[in-house]
Ligand binder design. Structure first.
Ligand code: GUN
Length: 286
């Protein structure tokens, strides 16, 4: 069997076209959706991510504000900036790029963001809403993975999904989203003794560990959907995921490539969240 690729670039393009239409409709009502991004310090990778987020906003008719501060910014000043953005009616989403310098407590900053502007979905409130099935903003990467799975047309009800990884940003919310879609969910992690025992029974595998070749062909059930969240480099410096793409493609039914799978969907779902926040603001404020 040769797996069908799940094209994250094409799906992103479709979703972003819809974002553009919805943004234009809000702008026509004088309610242009706005995202504020805060970058503290000069980590080059973070600077690239942040630039891409701002660029995506501009390309799809959203207003964006980028605030850059030196790594020495006191925590109190960052919290004051978040408070000002919470009060700014032109800003519907606030994203503080992680990681933050060590003297700043990231959870303190995340919790300072108004719940209805928490477009990362990282706050305790957003996590609790996801856990209890209440409406709210969902973390962009697992939200994007769900869209990629949905694009296969496979109904998750009654399927067995295995998530590899238990981070607060990907693994845990991914498991909850799959559960909400009526899958039976197993979460595996670094202390799981026999990973293959679980993955071999899975109709869906989401690999989010950050180690290449974590999932190989003999660990996959024929026909399974394989979603690769990993972003690693091989010896030659080439970008690769957590999945042995060539080997697993011989067994799986569907597979996301790296690059071109989950990656483009993360920024796309950030745009979707910002738009959702702006639409909600338009509904609830005069
Ligand atoms: N750093 C790497 N990915 C992310 C993300 O999705 N959100 C934030 N805020 N920081 C990040």
């Amino acid at each position: 069997m040769q797996a069908l690729p799940i094209d994250g670039v094409a799906l992103s393009r479709q979703i972003r076209a819809d974002v553009g239409r919805r943004a234009a409709a809000l702008t026509a009502q004088g309610r242009k959706p706005g995202l504020a991004v805060i970058l503290v310090g000069d980590d080059p990778a973070s600077a690239v991510y942040v630039r891409n987020k701002v660029k995506a906003c501009e390309e799809h008719g959203l207003h964006s504000v980028l605030e850059r501060y030196p790594a020495t910014l006191p925590e109190a000043e960052l919290l004051a900036r978040v408070a000002a953005l919470n009060a700014d009616p032109a800003v519907h989403g606030i994203l503080v790029q992680m990681p933050l310098p060590r003297h700043i407590d990231p959870q303190q900053v995340i919790e300072a963001i108004a719940t209805h502007k928490d477009v990362d979905g990282f706050s305790v409130h957003s996590a609790g809403a996801l856990m209890t099935g209440l409406p709210g903003l969902r973390p962009a990467t697992p939200f994007g993975c769900m869209k990629l799975i949905e694009s296969t047309g496979v109904n998750l009800k009654g399927k067995h999904a295995v998530v590899i990884g238990r981070s607060n940003t990907v693994g845990k919310p991914m498991a909850l989203l799959l559960l909400q879609a009526h899958a039976t969910v197993t979460v595996c992690h670094s202390a799981t003794p026999d990973l293959a025992l679980h993955t071999r029974q899975a109709d869906v595998v989401v690999a989010a560990v950050g180690r290449r070749n974590t999932l190989t062909a003999e660990m996959v059930k024929p026909g399974a959907i394989v979603i690769d969240v990993g972003m690693n480099r091989n010896e030659a410096g080439k970008l690769c995921g957590d999945v042995d793409f060539a080997g697993v493609s011989e067994v799986a039914g569907w597979i996301t490539p790296v690059p071109g799978g989950v990656g483009p969907m993360t920024i796309t779902m950030l745009l979707v969240n910002t738009l959702q926040a702006a639409e909600e603001a338009a509904r609830t404020t005069a």
